[in-house]
Write a protein that binds this ligand. Structure first.
Ligand SMILES: NC(=O)c1ccc[n+]([C@@H]2O[C@H](COP(=O)([O-])OP(=O)(O)OC[C@H]3O[C@@H](n4cnc5c(N)ncnc54)[C@H](O)[C@@H]3O)[C@@H](O)[C@H]2O)c1
Ligand SMILES: O=c1ccn([C@@H]2O[C@H](COP(=O)(O)OP(=O)(O)O[C@H]3O[C@H](CO)[C@H](O)[C@H](O)[C@H]3O)[C@@H](O)[C@H]2O)c(=O)[nH]1
Length: 324
């Protein structure tokens, strides 16, 4: 079995490739716009190119006997998506349509799609299930929901089966500390706090202290990147074994932690104290986003293996190594 991983030189894609290569042949397609050569895996073939380019896809589908596509490649900065919506609709929607078109043409009929909690917008519940209404409030979340809708329509008339995985807050690094989270600019809380504790940033800003949460700061559901990687493999095997088809699943730990709590755990793990600036709210941040992942537990037996301290511990080992 050969799996094409679009975006395999990025954060979550590279961790999934690491798990996948123990059992499957892997081809990575990446244009290295936000991914890095050092995240590429020696055991996988690498095709440099853009998934919006039909000629690149022709080359790959002719050269490799692809059985399934895992699609991580996207732009995913919420603020940037508001400033530059066309970039998001072009890369996240248009390029994905090109990919789906070529999959249909070449008869590649299994697809695992990276979606996001941002599809829910500002939900009116504290525990989000897949039945919670989707109401994205920025072009990034909208672009992901558009692909979810397109997948549903395409699978009605073509031989294409898919699983949509809506990740909550991906965090942590591989246990080897060989790969970990690398974004430039980094906007995610945990790497920012750890980079500060390693002396790379003067201070950290807490965006908003007046939310309707126990300590006034935003609550999120942090999920280890290896747990996300494992969910992809279960989803793929579920498609192959006909246990699931054309389903949407949340992926989170089911526990919410506030920004203040995250900083405290980072301080505990690192043994260092943070310099904190309390700042205004960041536009578009919902107060609380916590996932119910009961559906994927019941249908595919997925269960997260890592708790918050393990997530932050693995990230700390990665960032400490990266800083040396
Ligand atoms: N990081 C999170 O917390 C999070 C949460 C929810 C959803 N997601 C989704 O998960 C996926 C992976 O996120 P990540 O944090 O690993 O991002 P990332 O930026 O590290 O990885 C994306 C990869 O895709 C590549 N890429 C982008 N556009 C491409 C194109 N047109 N052609 C070829 N390659 C292209 C980039 O070079 C990069 O290697 C994204 O789809 C993102 O929207 C991430
Ligand atoms: O320097 C910082 C960075 C973040 N935060 C806060 O920490 C929380 C988590 O922020 P992140 O940026 O780490 O994560 P988000 O919850 O904003 O983003 C996650 O969910 C989004 C959808 O809601 C996207 O899917 C995104 O890729 C994913 O990481 C938020 O309340 C944010 O305001 C700070 O206080 N200071």
């Amino acid at each position: 079995m050969t799996i094409l991983v679009c975006g395999g030189a990025g954060y979550i894609g590279s961790h999934t490739v690491k798990v996948l290569t123990s059992e499957y042949d892997v081809v990575i397609l990446d244009n290295l716009t936000t991914g890095y050569p050092f995240l590429l895996n020696d055991k996988a073939s690498f095709e440099k190119g853009d998934l919006g380019d039909p000629a690149v896809l022709d080359r790959i589908f002719k050269k490799h006997n692809i059985d399934a596509v895992f699609h991580f490649a996207a732009n995913s900065l919420v603020g940037e998506s508001v400033q530059n919506p066309l970039k998001y609709y072009k890369n996240n929607v248009s390029a994905t349509i090109t990919l789906l078109d070529k999959m249909v043409e070449y008869g590649v009929n299994k697809f695992i799609f990276s979606s996001t909690a941002a599809t829910y917008g500002i939900p009116d519940t504290d525990l989000i299930t897949e039945d919670t209404a989707t109401n994205p409030i920025n072009p990034y979340g909208k672009s992901k929901l558009m692909i979810e809708d397109i997948l549903s329509d395409v699978s009605d008339v073509h031989n294409l089966e898919y699983v949509v995985l809506r990740y909550f807050n991906a965090a942590g690094a591989h246990e080897s500390a060989e790969i970990g989270e690398s974004h430039d600019p980094e906007t995610h809380l945990i790497p920012i706090v750890l980079q500060h504790l390693l002396g790379e940033r003067k201070q950290i800003s807490v965006f908003g202290t007046d939310y309707d949460t126990p300590d006034g700061t935003c609550v999120r559901d942090y999920i280890h990147v290896t747990d996300l990687a494992n969910a992809h493999i279960l989803a793929y095997e579920g498609l192959v074994n006909k246990e699931v088809a054309n389903e949407v699943f949340n992926l989170g730990n089911g526990a919410g932690y506030s920004v203040k709590e995250i900083i405290e755990v980072c301080e505990k793990v690192s043994g260092k104290s943070a310099v904190i600036e309390y700042a205004d709210r960041r536009t578009g941040d919902p107060a609380t986003l916590v996932a119910s992942s009961k559906k994927i537990e019941e249908k595919l037996g997925w269960k997260p293996q890592f708790d918050l301290e393990e997530i932050i511990g693995s990230a700390w080992r990665w960032h400490s190594k990266e800083t040396k």
